[in-house]
Each structure stands twice: as structure tokens, then as C-alpha cells.
Design a protein around this ligand. Structure first.
Ligand SMILES: NC(=O)c1ccc[n+]([C@@H]2O[C@H](COP(=O)([O-])OP(=O)(O)OC[C@H]3O[C@@H](n4cnc5c(N)ncnc54)[C@H](OP(=O)(O)O)[C@@H]3O)[C@@H](O)[C@H]2O)c1
Length: 245
């Protein structure tokens, strides 16, 4: 017989969660999982017209444009979410890109793109969503960082690694900004996940050893249920054996 969840765990009932980059990959897996658990969802998509509504109930799923490279779309998405549901209880900063830039390859435009999409956009969304997250008393911020946010591994894009370290730093700042109002922030740091992001990259973890996006989604579901007294600042999930992570 399955154990019942402890009474202290939060439930999805009435909680509104924003997810950036929910069109495919990890973001779509998270959205599908949270929809199945009964959350009210606000999905931020670069191309809402290409949204595949399979598995989503229009009564509980709100779709809005969010382009991480377009600053104005961040506030517009937050405002539209509050207009639709009246509250925000969770923000999952998932949208991200991987571009190869090292000391001997790649140009500064790639570095700027990594910074704009992986770091500045989550910063902006947290800034705009924080007052709403603070109102409910149990706000949650989950930033999808990476094992590349915890160490440098030779061969991995230096630009990407720098951006993911910054996401971890951003998460720690968010922990302090929201703590007194019940906001808890987590940097989820997975290793190789089987999505388009890493397809075709030389030296990447073989497909059969990669993390299933559904496992990330399951983990997010767990993190969202933890009470304020059980904060997880960082959660590293690796598929490789490495020292410390
Ligand atoms: N895959 C891995 O091995 C791995 C490991 C650790 C961490 N991560 C992180 O997990 C997150 C999700 O990655 P993934 O593996 O699911 O990648 P993915 O399959 O390539 O999906 C990336 C998502 O981000 C969205 N996106 C990209 N640029 C955007 C922009 N300018 N504005 C709004 N959305 C944008 C994409 O939207 P479109 O469909 O419109 O392009 C898509 O929904 C990223 O932050 C990534 O760094 C991935």
C-alpha cells in the first residue's frame, strides 16, 4: 500500500505556476506533469501559434507569448497571468539555449545571446513575479540551471557554463529576496537530459544514459509540494559519475 503524503506537504489545488519555454523538451514535460497533477498553468512560449494543446485543458492552461530575448514580453506575461488567474504561486525558469563558445571559438554575439536568454530573462521574470509570489505565502521559484552551473567540465561551452553558474547565483539571491514572505527558490542542476538541446554535440553523454525529461518533471512536482520549512536551495542530478556532483 502506498504511503500517504505527509500533511505538511503542499497540494496543487488552486496554485498557479508559470513555465517558460514549455513548447518542447524539459519545459513541455514539466507542463504535462503539472497539468496532470491539477495545477493552473501559465505557459510562456516564444511562438504561441505553434503550441500543441494535447494533454492540456484550456480551462486550466493559459498560453502567452514570452520571448526571452524580448524584455517587454516578461512583464506582459506576468501581468497577463495575474489578469487570467489572479495570482502566481510558482515560476519555473526553464527556457534556455546552448551555444558553443570557447577561448578559441565562437564570437561575442553568442556570449551575449547566452547571457540574454539564460540569465537576464530569468532575472527579469523573477523581478516581475516576486511581488505576486510573495502574496500567497508559499511562492516557489525553480530555475533550471545545470551540472554546468556547478563545475567546469573541459569541452563544454565556456559561455554556457558561465551562464549556468550565473543562474545558480541568481537563485541564491532570489532565496534571500523572498524568504520572509514564504518564497523558496531552487536551482535544479541536471546533467545530460535527452532533448534537442544536446542532440549532436560531440562527446555528449550517450542517449541511453541521459536523464528522461519526465524524471525532471517528476522532480519539479516533488519540489513544488515541499513546505516552506523544507527549502531545497540546490538539487544536482547527474547521470555521470563525477567528484562531488
Ligand atoms: N538537455 C540537457 O541536457 C539540459 C541539462 C541541464 C539543463 N538544461 C536546461 O534545461 C532548460 C530546457 O532545456 P531543454 O533541454 O528542454 O532544451 P530544448 O529542448 O532545446 O528546449 C528549449 C526550450 O527553451 C525555449 N527557448 C529557447 N530560446 C527561447 C527564447 N528566446 N524565448 C523563449 N523561449 C526560448 C525553446 O522554445 P522554442 O521551441 O520556441 O525554440 C524551448 O521551449 C534549459 O535552460 C537548459 O539549459 C538542459
Amino acid at each position: 500500500m502506498a504511503d500517504a503524503a505527509p500533511a505538511s506537504m503542499l497540494t496543487p489545488d488552486g496554485r498557479v505556476v508559470m513555465i517558460s519555454g514549455a513548447s518542447r523538451g524539459i519545459g513541455l514535460a514539466i507542463a504535462r506533469k503539472l497539468a496532470s497533477e491539477g495545477y493552473l498553468l501559465s505557459l510562456g512560449l516564444r511562438s504561441p501559434a505553434r503550441y500543441n494543446s494535447d494533454g492540456f485543458d484550456p480551462a486550466t492552461t493559459f498560453i502567452h507569448e514570452f520571448d526571452a530575448a524580448e524584455p517587454a514580453t516578461a512583464l506582459a506575461w506576468v501581468d497577463a497571468t495575474v489578469a487570467r488567474f489572479g495570482r502566481i504561486d510558482g515560476l519555473i525558469n526553464n527556457a534556455g539555449i546552448l551555444r558553443q563558445i570557447d577561448f578559441d571559438s565562437g564570437d561575442e554575439a553568442l556570449l551575449d545571446a547566452l547571457w540574454a536568454i539564460n540569465v537576464k530573462a530569468p532575472f527579469r521574470l523573477i523581478r516581475h513575479a516576486l511581488p505576486h509570489l510573495a502574496k500567497g505565502g508559499n511562492g516557489r521559484i525553480i530555475n533550471i540551471a545545470s551540472t554546468d552551473g556547478k563545475r567546469y567540465r573541459p569541452g563544454v561551452s565556456i559561455g554556457y557554463t558561465m551562464s549556468k553558474h550565473a543562474v545558480v547565483a541568481l537563485t541564491h539571491a532570489a532565496r534571500f529576496a523572498g524568504h520572509d514572505h514564504g518564497v523558496r527558490a531552487t536551482a535544479l542542476c541536471p546533467g545530460a537530459v535527452d532533448t534537442d538541446l544536446i542532440a549532436g554535440i560531440p562527446g555528449v553523454t550517450p542517449r541511453q544514459d541521459r536523464i528522461d525529461p519526465a524524471t525532471i518533471a517528476q522532480t519539479i512536482g516533488f519540489l513544488l509540494r515541499l513546505p516552506n520549512s523544507s527549502a531545497v536551495a540546490e538539487l544536482v542530478m547527474n547521470t555521470r559519475l563525477e567528484t562531488w556532483i
